[in-house]
Design a binder for this molecule. Structure first.
Ligand code: NAD
Length: 303
């Protein structure tokens, strides 16, 4: 019989990590949720554990506030322990599964996996919630044993409500690892599973980012506004909650730009590549921290 997954680590307490942590806790899994130590701590805060773990605690609070209380039973929420990646990595040693959900950039992810190789149990499963970075790149420098236990576990946003989980195995992932996570995803987390391949942006975001980028380019060419487009792609097309630009605000414009860049940079010989080129005005929005719902707004003002 395969060993059950009772304790999980989630790293990155942003939009996705907090949602994943809350969903795991609701399913009865004990969770350790870590984020970085805030870079701009005051001198008086540098030795204060609460201040050092503020990103993880704050991220989780945001997720719990954003979703109706009924879906996050308070006692389950209390089974999430928050911390930071400088002081608390050791807490991951007790985890059966560790899910990485930090920013969508290759180098920070690689650096984190190097650290996880030191602290994780030798039989722990390690997963990335990447939107589309290749496993090949993320596993550079990792041992064979780590690669065998690694796969992509791509949740959809909001984690609580989206029924699908995209699993992607790398060339070295052990089939038992995939099977254990498939069962966990279906039986414990209540998700439907789809298997992607280790190609740029896998299935969901290869199609999703293509559709969104086509929409953005057409909007600019035709001189339309996000509201004009959403009026068509939302209710009128039977997607009341997922009109194009509303969805981009939920995803986060920085994450969305990284996802499109990933395809643009990976598909060097693909004639379709140009569609993934992020327009300058979206870069400007990202620079101004108009990132969507996680900041003061994006295409739409928040609130
Ligand atoms: P986010 O920007 O909301 O959160 C990222 C979090 O990671 C932040 O809290 C940040 O402080 C933290 N972080 C950054 N570097 C870190 C490090 N080295 N160690 C620990 N924490 C670190 O991003 P997100 O939207 O939650 O995305 C997280 C991952 O999930 C990305 O890989 C993204 O592509 C993927 N994803 C996002 C969505 C979505 O809709 N936003 C959907 C599916 C998958």
């Amino acid at each position: 019989m395969t060993k059950p997954i009772r304790r999980a680590g989630v790293i990155g307490a942003g939009v996705m990590g907090s949602g994943i942590a809350a969903h795991l806790a609701n399913a009865g899994v004990e969770v350790v949720l870590l984020d970085i130590v805030p870079p701009n701590l005051k001198d008086s805060e540098r030795t204060d554990p609460a201040a050092r773990s503020r990103f993880a605690t704050g991220g989780l609070e945001k997720a719990l506030k954003a979703r109706p209380a009924a879906f996050f039973h308070p006692s389950f929420a209390r089974s999430i322990r928050t911390g930071n990646t400088e002081d608390d990595l050791g807490l991951l040693a007790g985890c059966d599964l560790i899910i990485e959900a930090i920013i969508e950039q290759l180098e920070p992810k690689r650096a984190l996996f190097a650290k996880l190789e030191e602290v994780a149990r030798p039989d722990a499963i390690i997963a990335s919630n990447t939107s589309g970075l290749r496993i090949e790149g993320m596993m550079e420098g990792r041992s064979e044993s780590f690669r065998k236990r690694f796969l992509v576990m791509h949740f959809f946003n909001p984690v609580r409500y989206m029924k699908l989980l995209e699993l992607v195995a790398g060339p070295d992932t052990d089939p038992d690892t995939v099977e254990r996570v498939r069962r966990f995803g279906e039986d414990v987390l209540g998700k439907g599973i789809v298997f992607g391949k280790d190609t740029p942006n896998f299935i969901a975001n290869r199609i999703g980012a293509h559709a969104m980028m086509t929409t953005i380019h057409l909007m600019l060419e035709e001189g339309l506004s996000p509201e004009d487009v959403d009026a068509i792609t939302g209710v009128a097309m039977a997607h009341p909650k997922s009109a194009s630009f509303r969805t981009a605000d939920v995803v986060g414009l920085d994450t969305f730009a990284h996802v499109a860049d990933n395809c643009f940079n990976s598909l060097k010989d693909d004639e379709d590549r140009k569609v993934f080129e992020v327009p300058a005005y979206i870069r400007t929005m990202v620079e101004k921290k108009l990132l969507g719902d996680k900041t003061r707004g994006g295409f739409y003002r928040k609130g």
